[in-house]
Design a protein. Structure first.
Length: 103
């Protein structure tokens, strides 16, 4: 992969759109789309996306305990509305976890 392609890859990963990526890296959208048709470029992009996803999931897991603590405190909050919202969140999460175990 060339230095320019690496620059484009980083821009694509960070941007919300190809137009934004093109502005960031200084290459045209057409150039970025041409690179995306290259199997090696595409494979590296997917590898980077998987790596980014892995890191995001690890960061999420690292604060899961804190989130559970917050829900626990919310379940004991004086406001009935807050307790109800916390209870609904807990039940929704429990149902989703159950669905995931069925897959």
């Amino acid at each position: 992969m060339t230095a320019n392609q690496q620059k484009g890859l980083v821009a694509i990963l960070a941007a919300r759109s190809m137009a934004a990526a093109a502005r960031t890296c200084g290459f045209s959208r057409e150039t970025l789309h041409r690179w995306l048709r290259d199997p090696d470029f595409r494979a590296e992009l997917e590898r980077q996306r998987q790596t980014d996803l892995f890191h995001a999931l690890a960061r999420t897991q690292s604060v899961t305990g804190q989130a559970v603590d917050v829900l626990g405190r919310a379940l004991r909050h004086p406001s009935p509305r807050t307790r109800l919202r916390a209870a609904k969140a807990v039940l929704d999460l429990a149902l989703e976890a159950h669905r995931l175990t069925l897959d």
